[in-house]
Design a protein around this ligand. Structure first.
Ligand SMILES: Cc1cc2nc3c(=O)[nH]c(=O)nc-3n(C[C@H](O)[C@H](O)[C@H](O)COP(=O)(O)O)c2cc1C
Length: 382
């Protein structure tokens, strides 16, 4: 342990109090408040990022008892040839997370970090600082990157898929050691040469804040199994047996290959209305009718070029769902319908849902009023 007395807190109990490790059977997070959210739509009410609007929505999620607030990392528009596209509007994750941490009480606050865009010691030190500011509520979403255009701004190339995850493995090992070891350490690898790494304050959570990763390819899933506390599945089918099998396979990979227990989450979009028909009609309006297909196609082609996550034909078939909610799982209908779908996902073994809305703050508040009590009745959440 460090010899000097410090006013900074650090303990395993603080980590155990992180709501991500709390008792709710189905955990909830809100995704994408630092940018344009997840739907790719041109309707005028679509979420546009501002500090005030994102804070109001983050506070609504915090008050509603959500476990996590997760921004996404993007450095510029991914629509090639259109730098002014709305997807360019992204508040930087660590600075946004710091401010949100200071203005919320309960939820875990994540930053998302592109491995090639930041040295792991910088990410570790920033994360440790946010962990202190938030009283042990920080978490990091580690992403290997997929859009070469944004990485060019750093003068780095997008590595081929295997090397991207080889670099991410070194990066995350350094991050984890920088957070958890109590003495200086050296690391020499293919991508990093780290000498005498140690800093204070340490993170409040001991041994380390939680790590999230949403890699979907075999390599990405292997990386998540090895390093993360939260991993993601994307469902190709909404049949319960198929969803349960995909959740179990992500869990089994971590357990059998690495002796680790993971939470398995999926991204989902919420469209709540007074009737199932009204909710479906609104999705058809902002999605099929007013979708931002320029952005959806740029996203799909970018993924096909650089990731081996889903086969091209599967990705193209997901075009409408990408428009409607970034490819997430649809939670569309009345409060009753949404609660029933969530119960089904929980029965399939899912631990958490990372949610998005078209209009976040009113959407979260309505969800808290009408869906949360139904989830409590079903024993999914307190
Ligand atoms: C919930 C979720 C969050 C993600 N967040 C980001 C992000 O903030 N920035 C980014 O570049 N990629 C993000 N991704 C993309 C993944 O990190 C990953 O690159 C993608 O799923 C392709 O998988 P692969 O890397 O295993 O090929 C996210 C994916 C999901 C499902």
């Amino acid at each position: 342990m460090p010899e000097t007395a410090t006013l900074f807190e650090r303990s395993a109990e603080i980590r155990a109090r992180n709501p991500l490790f709390g008792p709710n059977r189905l955990k909830l997070g809100v995704f994408g408040l630092n940018s344009i959210g997840c739907a790719l739509t041109l309707v005028p009410e679509a979420y546009r990022p501002s500090w005030a609007g994102s804070l109001a929505a983050a506070q609504a999620a915090d008050e509603a008892g959500f476990e996590a607030i997760v921004p996404y990392a993007r450095w510029k528009s991914y629509v090639k040839g259109n730098v002014h596209h709305r997807s360019s509007q992204v508040m930087e994750c660590f600075s946004w997370a710091t401010a949100v941490a200071a203005r919320t009480e309960r939820a875990a606050i994540f930053a998302t970090c592109h491995v090639p865009a930041m040295h792991p010691i910088v990410a570790a030190k920033q994360g440790a600082t946010i962990d202190q500011i938030s009283g042990g509520r920080f978490g990091l979403n580690v992403v290997a990157g997929w859009y070469a255009g944004e990485l060019g701004m750093f003068g780095v190339d997008l590595l081929d898929h295997a090397d991207r995850y080889a670099q991410a493995a070194e990066w995350t090992e350094i991050l984890r050691r920088a957070w958890s070891e109590e003495e200086e350490f050296d690391f020499e690898g293919r991508f990093y040469d780290v000498r005498g790494a140690y800093f204070e304050p340490r993170p409040a959570q001991a041994p380390a804040p939680p790590i999230m990763n949403a890699g979907g390819s075999e390599r990405g899933r292997e990386f998540a199994a090895r390093f993360s506390d939260l991993a993601f599945v994307m469902f190709e089918s909404s049949e319960p047996e198929a969803m349960a099998a995909s959740i179990e396979s992500a869990r089994a990979l971590a357990r059998e290959r690495h002796g680790r227990e993971l939470q398995i989450w999926t991204p989902a979009y919420v469209v709540q209305a007074d009737s199932d028909e009204a909710a479906a009609a609104y999705v058809a309006h902002y999605g099929a009718e007013c979708g931002d297909y320029e952005a959806a196609d740029a996203f799909i082609e970018g993924m096909i070029e650089t990731s081996s996550n889903l086969p091209p034909e599967v990705l193209r078939a997901l075009r409408l769902r990408i428009v409607e909610g970034g490819g997430g799982y649809p939670l569309v209908g009345t409060a009753e319908t949404i609660a029933a779908r969530m119960e089904e996902l929980s029965r399939c073994g899912l631990d958490g849902l990372l949610l998005s809305w078209i209009e976040y703050e009113p959407g979260i508040r309505r969800f808290a009023r009408e869906v949360s009590p139904l989830l409590a009745e079903r024993g999914l959440r307190r």
